[in-house]
Design a protein around this ligand. Structure first.
Ligand SMILES: Cc1cc2nc3c(=O)[nH]c(=O)nc-3n(C[C@H](O)[C@H](O)[C@H](O)COP(=O)(O)OP(=O)(O)OC[C@H]3O[C@@H](n4cnc5c(N)ncnc54)[C@H](O)[C@@H]3O)c2cc1C
Length: 614
């Protein structure tokens, strides 16, 4: 009896020690949710570290958000270092950017001006732009560390102010203000919806990086080519797999796609915030995360590509590159098309994009054509077709990319950089320095992958800490009391008093449009006061944000890939679970769609006084 007992104990011990050895040697597993560049990077980096990775993507195609013009302009290694590293690693071809696209131009009442032209032909506007850039640069310089922009109470106070209030104080002449508004809304969002601290922080990040650095080269095929390069490296990708629920416990993570479950040790969640809000999480996220999911502002930016038989503007060279119009046409990007003719991509951003949700695609194109025709009478005759992309109402993004609104840095700064138990977060919105860019998406994927590795090694991360409300109030009060020219420095004017920041973004334009007041459509399009096609009643901005209108799916070429089994199919309590079938190739990865129109400006540009005002 005693001998049998000893034998049993020995067997148990052998079992335990071999189990421990197995656990130690076991290949760690991860599920990555989201097949945009952030998720692809995380999956690639984890796979390279020896993990078994399954990537789940909701759509039929990989690559996530990418602009209409598929031949994106990219920055050099100074502007976008991580992007350039991957381009080199995957040996992707790039072409140097021609000189004329490297600095922005202006379209003032239909007339094109380069930055140099502006100085001689519109000196008042050029001077005002210079003053704006200088004041903005002073503001950016006041931030020592862009990773910690709210370091002092005075800086903290900037988060309570919106960019529009700051611009009002500068008292720019009308044309200069229109151009500045256009530039800000194209790169971020409507100035009234943007935190001044976020705007200053971004300009701090890009301080010393010129427009020329930001548009240094062209990536033929655009970011979908980069996405495909990642796809080729990954072993297990399941497309058309929208994740609906995530359950974590002490042993691992279970992810539900319809009635199929997947299990792994860790999870990287690389979906935009509005998409994340739709995933049921167990245990649920805390109040701060839930508030961030609902409240974090995304900039709106929709794109129309108008195609013409021949260029209807003066000359190709002069009308190429990033062009900011004062007339509400948005930011234009005009280029010869590959097969002859010329394309103009119009970026409708900020409240212009919000308001135009009331229009169908064709109505929207008509409105733009009418205004273009007013400047260029040949426009309608030469017009051959259009493409439209509306990111703003895509339920998966609810906007183009993150753009912190007033008060949001105070509440949510770097919140998504901290893992929640076994989940690490990726996506452009989780990158503190380069949100809203390819660079930010790639960096976030790298960070999330290395955090998963840290978690595996037993490292713990501080739980997210909410900023006490009192701190925000104290910050604002301190800023109000602040003496010694901080606010005059900030506003470039004489007042040292902080503006009362409107608690809510201004909806002036929306209200005007609702009432169809004269002036609104003139400002929007630079032509007649009223749209020629009667719009449906316009919803309030708050109502528009949750995004309901049906939108065409992004036109990244379908590239469903299922290569081999990785994450374990799991049983899910809530619903009966079908075991995931062994992963067999379902579709071959498609080649990225051939570019038709070839341009996409680098979005974030530093406000560079030399570039614009010399
Ligand atoms: C109009 C426009 C112009 C831009 N221009 C530039 C530029 O010039 N330069 C630049 O650097 N950046 C630019 N950007 C920004 C850049 O494209 C993005 O920052 C980047 O593509 C974001 O990648 P991501 O992986 O974070 O998100 P995404 O690409 O959005 O990837 C998220 C993925 O998650 C998937 N998903 C969502 N929900 C689920 C779910 N429940 N289950 C599974 N999958 C899910 C989505 O389908 C998507 O594929 C631009 C963006 C837009 C919209």
């Amino acid at each position: 009896m005693a001998a049998a007992w000893v034998r049993l104990c020995a067997l148990v011990l052998i079992g335990v020690s071999s189990g421990a050895a197995l656990a130690k040697d076991k290949t760690p597993t991860a599920i990555v949710v989201g097949g945009g560049l952030a998720g692809l990077t995380a999956a690639y980096e984890l796979q390279n570290k020896g993990w078994q990775v399954t990537l789940l993507e909701a759509k039929a195609g990989m690559g996530g958000r990418s602009g209409l013009a598929t031949s994106e302009w990219i920055g050099n290694a100074k502007a976008q270092p991580v992007l350039n590293q991957y381009i080199d690693r995957f040996k992707l071809e790039t072409l140097p950017a021609p000189e004329f696209v490297r600095t922005p131009g202006y379209l003032i009442d239909g007339e094109y001006f380069s930055a140099t032209d502006l100085a001689t032909k519109q000196p008042a506007t050029a001077e005002a732009l210079k003053r704006y850039e200088k004041t903005l640069d002073n503001l950016a310089r006041s931030i020592d560390d862009p990773m910690n922009p709210q370091a002092t109470s005075t800086l903290f106070a900037l988060d309570q102010i919106n960019v529009s209030s700051w611009l009002d104080k500068l008292q720019l002449p009308a044309t200069a203000r229109q151009l500045v508004n256009q530039q800000i809304r194209t790169r971020y969002d409507e100035p009234s919806r943007l935190s001044l601290l976020y705007f200053a922080q971004q300009n701090r990040v890009y301080r010393g990086v010129s427009d020329r650095d930001l548009r240094a080269a062209r990536l033929p095929g655009g970011s979908p080519v980069l996405a495909q390069a990642f796809v080729k490296q990954l072993k297990t990708i399941k497309t058309s797999s929208p994740v609906t629920a995530i359950v974590q416990d002490k042993d691992g993570v279970t992810v539900k796609v319809g009635s199929v479950g997947y299990q792994a040790d860790y999870l990287v969640l690389a979906v935009p915030l509005r998409a994340l809000a739709k995933i049921q999480m167990t245990p649920g996220l805390d109040g701060q995360h839930v508030a961030a999911l609902k409240g974090t502002n995304y900039g709106w930016r929709d794109q129309l590509m108008l195609k013409f038989k021949t260029p209807v503007w003066e000359s190709r060279a002069r009308m190429s590159g990033e062009i900011f119009s004062n007339a509400g046409l948005g930011m234009l990007w005009i280029e010869p098309a590959l097969k002859g003719g010329a394309n103009v991509v119009i970026n409708l951003s900020g409240d212009n994009a919000r308001l135009l949700q009331a229009f169908g695609d064709k109505q929207m194109v008509d409105q733009v054509l009418i205004r273009l025709h007013a400047f260029y009478p040949q426009a309608r005759g030469a017009f051959t077709g259009y493409e439209v992309k509306r990111y703003s109402v895509d339920a998966g993004t609810g906007g183009a990319y993150l753009a912190y609104g007033p008060g949001q840095i105070s509440k949510y700064w770097r919140l998504w950089e901290r893992p929640v138990q076994r989940i690490t977060f990726a996506g452009e919105h989780t990158d503190a320095l380069y949100p809203g860019t390819l660079e930010g998406a790639l960096r976030s994927g790298q960070r999330a992958a290395s955090q998963a590795q840290d978690l595996l090694a037993g490292k713990s991360f501080d739980p997210a800490k909410a900023v006490p409300v009192a701190a925000a109030a104290a910050g604002a009060a301190a800023a109000k009391d602040s003496k010694g020219g901080f606010f005059s420095n900030m506003f470039g004017g004489s007042s040292d008093k902080a503006d009362k920041a409107p608690a809510k973004p201004e909806l002036k334009q929306v209200d005007e449009a609702k009432q169809d007041k004269p002036g609104f459509f003139k400002r929007l399009f630079g032509g007649d006061d009223k749209p020629e096609v009667k719009a449906e009643p316009i919803a309030k901005a708050e109502e528009v944000v949750p995004a309901v209108a049906p939108v065409p799916a992004p036109q990244v070429a379908p590239s469903a890939v299922v290569k081999e089994a990785s994450a374990k199919p799991a049983a899910i309590k809530a619903a009966p679970v079908k075991h995931a079938p062994a992963h067999k190739p379902a579709h071959k990865p498609a080649e990225p769609k051939k570019a038709t129109a070839k341009s996409e400006p680098a979005k974030k540009a530093v406000v560079n006084s030399q570039a614009k005002a010399s």
